[in-house]
Structures are given as structure tokens and as C-alpha cells.
Design a protein around this ligand. Structure first.
Ligand code: CA
Length: 233
């Protein structure tokens, strides 16, 4: 993973905050700690974060208000809520206000770090692209309208084709693991035996490669998966 994920941790209990910060930093994340709701809102105003970890019971306001306000600013920011044991109502409200996941205190550190990693992985896979038009080689793809302009003419793309193209475009130059593709595009277990990805790649090559047998954009990485080259890397 390139770059450091920066995480906003909103938690008023000092010893919990210290422990979580220490362990997140050990994992390579950069952490900003806000002990109050007001400080959390200030941080959200002035900085970009990859993840918001939010304790619901804060001294000056409810974590739900922060959840709402964070969602209003950025509807893609992943939010992990921390709730007290038995706090069912708040948890449900949190999910309703746009939280992605929740953990009930006390939780195990291993579980916490795993959830954080999963949320960040998921959000990276669906990292939004600037705009809806993507150009590579002689092609222009309009993801919104599900269309591609190629030298051979216009192509109508299916929902699944757009989904997989989105991932390729957002990860240009990176190897896409076959198992991860199966999980995130098809919701299948990574070790599922299926030709689905291969069939899709074959179709994309037919659309976009001058010579599908010798692709220059949608490449196979032997034993691993695929790599999209936009010709600029
Ligand atoms: Ca608290």
C-alpha cells in the first residue's frame, strides 16, 4: 500500500485513546486524536482522513452529530463507531446515520485492528475517480453513462464491466490480485474456481486492444492476476 492512511480517532477516554493510537501507529497509520466533539469537527474541517473512528459517548456532544456532519461533508469517508456494551439504540442510530461498522467496548485489540484494515481495504477498492470520463490510449470511457468510444465505434458497457473498469482505472499500474477481484467485484470467496474474471478480461481486450492476443492495456500477471496500464505509468 502506498502512502500512509491518516485516521481521525475521536475518543474522550485518555487511556483508551492512547492505547489505540499507539497500536494504530505500530501498524503504520498516522493518527490524529480528538478528545472532544468540537475538536473532532475542527479536524474534519481542516484535514482529509481515510477513516473516522468515533466513540459515541463524548463529553460535549453525541458522536452521532459528528457522524452526521462528517457524512454531510464527505459521503465516502468510512466511519467505525465504538459503543459501550449494551448500547443497542445508539449503535442502530449510528448505522442509520451512515457509519460503516461498529465495535462494542470492551473489544479485543486484534479485532479492532482487523476491522480497521478491512474498512480501509474496502474503501481503497472503491476509491472514487476524479470525474466520470477516463481516457487511455485511443479510448474514452464514460463510467456514468456506461459507454466507451473506441476507434471501432461506440460500445455500451454492462454494469459489471463498468464496475471492473472502475477498479482497474483507480489502480492503474498496480497488480490486481485475482482473489481480491473475485471478492470485491463478484462477492465470491478468493479461492473460488471460476472463469468469470478471465471471461471479463477477454471481453475488455476485445473492446480495447488492437490485438487481443498481445494486450498493451489489460495485462495478465502470471500466477497473480491482472494489471491495467494506461500508457502513462
Ligand atoms: Ca466516551
Amino acid at each position: 500500500m502506498d502512502g500512509k492512511y491518516s485516521i481521525l480517532l475521536v475518543e474522550d477516554e485518555e487511556h483508551i485513546a492512547q492505547g489505540l493510537t499507539f497500536n494504530l501507529e505500530q501498524e503504520g497509520y498516522s493518527v490524529t486524536h480528538a478528545p472532544t466533539g468540537q475538536e473532532a469537527l475542527n479536524a474534519l474541517e481542516t484535514q482529509d482522513f481515510a477513516l473516522l473512528i468515533l466513540d459515541l459517548m463524548l463529553p460535549d456532544m453525541s458522536g452521532l452529530d459528528i457522524c452526521r456532519s462528517a457524512r454531510k461533508r464527505d459521503d465516502r469517508l468510512p466511519i467505525l463507531i465504538l459503543t459501550a456494551l449494551g448500547d443497542e439504540t445508539h449503535r442502530v442510530a449510528g448505522l442509520k446515520h451512515g457509519a460503516d461498522d461498529y465495535l462494542t467496548k470492551p473489544f479485543s485489540l486484534a479485532e479492532f485492528l482487523l476491522r480497521v484494515r478491512r474498512i480501509l481495504e474496502r474503501s481503497t477498492w472503491y476509491r472514487p475517480l476524479p470525474g466520470t470520463i477516463y481516457r487511455f490510449g485511443p479510448h474514452t470511457v464514460n463510467l456514468q453513462e456506461q459507454k466507451a468510444m473506441t476507434p471501432q465505434g461506440e460500445i455500451e458497457l454492462t454494469e459489471m464491466e463498468v464496475r471492473i473498469l472502475r477498479i482497474f482505472f483507480s489502480k492503474a499500474g498496480e497488480v490486481l490480485d485475482r482473489g481480491e477481484l473475485l471478492e470485491s467485484v463478484w462477492n465470491l470467496a478468493p479461492d473460488t474456481e471460476t472463469r468469470a474474471p478471465d471471461n471479463f478480461i477477454a471481453r475488455l481486450r476485445k473492446y480495447f486492444e488492437a490485438d487481443p492476443a498481445h494486450p498493451e492495456f489489460f495485462l495478465t500477471v502470471r500466477g497473480k492476476g491482472y494489471r491495467f496500464e494506461n500508457g502513462e505509468n
